[in-house]
Design a protein around this ligand. Structure first.
Ligand SMILES: Nc1ncnc2c1ncn2[C@@H]1O[C@H](COP(=O)(O)OS(=O)(=O)O)[C@@H](OP(=O)(O)O)[C@H]1O
Length: 406
């Protein structure tokens, strides 16, 4: 009886309160978790950005994850080399084209004029996942452009810059100032990712550097634009350029044949684009007619490989950005033979550039290389003088000739 009465007490007076408290706490817990999961899919850009930046400075470990989220929508598909062979409207979206390693499904080509935010380059690609900032902010014309040079290391630089939370860049090469100019500035602007206050919009199209109209056109868009040029020993650059063409057209003549108008007379064919692009002083002259040197920054393609963090520090300074991309973000990948970006904790996606970057170059006759070094030397000297920077390509030459003699 006592048992029953105590049970009765339990289910009548005291229990009512307990039950009420219990139900209340369950409801609160439920509400809390619902809100939390909802938060994951909701986007509060300003708040996220603020929290992100706050953490970035103090918590390096978690910043990688947040950074991934922040720049995810910049992954709009890129094509460094195929742009010439593709109609400009069909933008490539695969990681392979992007020069990023990893296999990926190829989504439907997208009209550049239409919203291309948040698409996925691969299912597992965190950069393709919906992004907390992508739908917010405004599309702006770029404030900085990597204008060259082809095969200089422009993709490596852009990908490293995209790690920075204050940089948002279009993945593809828009080729606006050389091939798509007639489409108009609104078309160009629409290609850009949306940016929040304080973020820089960027793009890279290495052919601008050698496009006659590009300096004038870019100047008419913005007098204050910042221009970045990645330069590399013009001889190695030419071989890299040739290697790329050879990979697509294996039937082309040898480098040695293409490099000369008349090899016996030692007449170099400077009209061959692979060689002409490397006459940096010549091209720079056109840019200097429109822009002061203070608006240009030259990156050493060689140093970008041996000391990516050092080059990145200078680029970030030039862009007025905090030095956020540092040596912590890079590691040397022995298999690739190049520095790669460290894998974000929550991603299985490799962060090395793809197979089209870092190709094995064919062996070129050392005599031809020597002659090319000689050909470029005065132009290089002029270039060092114009930029006030010595890229020391002649040192490389003497190292090469020493190893040939050995
Ligand atoms: N981190 C890293 N990983 C791979 N490759 C790197 C890297 N840094 C610089 N490079 C050099 O970049 C060269 C390709 O230059 P670009 O990206 O400017 O080429 S392109 O003009 O966009 O086609 C490419 O040239 P090749 O080695 O001749 O393929 C590389 O030497």
């Amino acid at each position: 009886m006592a048992f029953w009465s105590s049970t009765w007490v339990f289910t009548s007076k005291v229990p009512r309160k307990i039950l009420f408290m219990f139900t209340l706490s369950l409801s609160v817990t439920y509400l809390f978790y619902s809100l939390m999961s909802c938060y994951g899919s909701l986007r509060f850009p300003l708040q996220e950005n603020y929290v992100y930046q706050g953490r970035l400075v103090t918590e390096e470990a978690t910043s990688a994850t947040l950074r991934e989220k922040l720049y995810s929508s910049t992954s709009q598909g890129f094509s460094d080399e195929d742009a010439t062979e593709r109609p400009p409207r069909a933008f490539s979206t695969s990681r392979e084209d992007a020069g990023l390693e990893g296999t990926g499904t190829r989504p439907e080509p997208t009209e550049p004029g239409r919203a291309r935010r948040g698409f996925s380059t691969t299912d597992s690609d965190p950069r393709g996942a919906p992004n907390c900032t992508s739908d917010y902010g405004e599309k702006k014309l770029p404030q900085a452009i990597i204008i060259g040079v082809k095969k200089g290391g422009t993709r490596a630089l852009l990908e490293a810059l995209r790690v920075h939370p204050d940089v948002r860049a279009v993945g593809n090469e828009p080729h606006f100032f050389d091939r798509n100019y007639e489409r108009g500035l609104e078309w160009y602007r629409d290609l850009m990712p949306s940016t929040l206050e304080g973020q820089i919009t960027m793009e890279k199209t290495p052919s601008y550097f050698v496009t006659n109209n590009a300096p004038k056109r870019i100047h008419s868009m913005s007098k204050d634009i910042k221009l970045i040029i990645v330069v590399r020993n013009p001889v190695t650059r030419a071989i890299s350029d040739y290697t790329q063409t050879l990979s697509k057209k294996p039937e082309i003549p040898t480098f040695e044949v293409l490099a000369f108008k008349n090899r016996t007379l030692g007449l170099i064919d400077a009209s061959w684009s692979a060689l002409r692009i490397g006459i940096y002083a010549l091209h720079l002259e056109s840019w200097m007619q429109y822009f002061p040197l203070s608006q240009m920054h030259f990156v050493s393609g060689e140093r970008l490989i041996v000391d990516p963090a050092g080059e990145m520090a200078k680029v970030q300074d030039f862009l007025g950005l905090k030095r956020i991309v540092t040596d912590k973000h890079f590691y040397f990948n022995k298999t690739k033979g190049f520095p790669c970006l460290k894998k974000p904790e929550d991603s299985s996606t490799p962060r090395c550039l793809g197979k089209s970057k870092g190709r094995t170059h064919p062996k070129i006759d050392p005599d031809v290389i020597r002659r090319l070094h000689k050909f470029y030397k005065p132009f290089n000297m002029m270039f060092y003088q114009m930029t006030g920077q010595n890229f020391q390509w002649e040192l490389e030459e003497s190292k090469e000739s020493l190893s040939i003699r050995d």
